[in-house]
Design a binder for this molecule. Sequence first.
Ligand code: 5GP
Length: 122
Amino acid sequence: MAYTYDENNIFAKILRGEIPNSTVVETDHSLAFRDINPLAPDHVLVIPKGPYVNYAHFAEAASDAEIVDFNRTLGKVVALIGAGDAGYRLISNAGRNGVQDVPHLHVHILAGRPLGPMLFSG
Ligand code: 5GP
């Protein structure tokens, strides 16, 4: 599948330093920062620094180093926010049916309270 990356999406602007963010972890290939509109006491977004639209694009096109770094960064965030014991949820929305607002791959890490059912039916 061909992916078109929009260089003007809000996370691209964050990565270029044009918009401030509340950074939790930064590595060579990834950035984790707090969501501006948190849906749980801890709501962190993890993004790769490379131009990937969604998870499938990343899994297909990113280098091994980027993929390892991204996953290790997710793990670091879970440890840093202390969510490992009580638990947390990872969500990565993609495309129209996934209701993705920002077209740069991001994984939401939600924690700090019971998060309820995974989805509502219908
Ligand atoms: P999506 O619906 O694409 O999965 O989620 C996009 C997320 O990005 C939303 O949870 C939204 O609150 C967050 N967001 C949108 N704009 C900004 C921003 O400028 N800064 C931060 N930190 N988060 C943002």
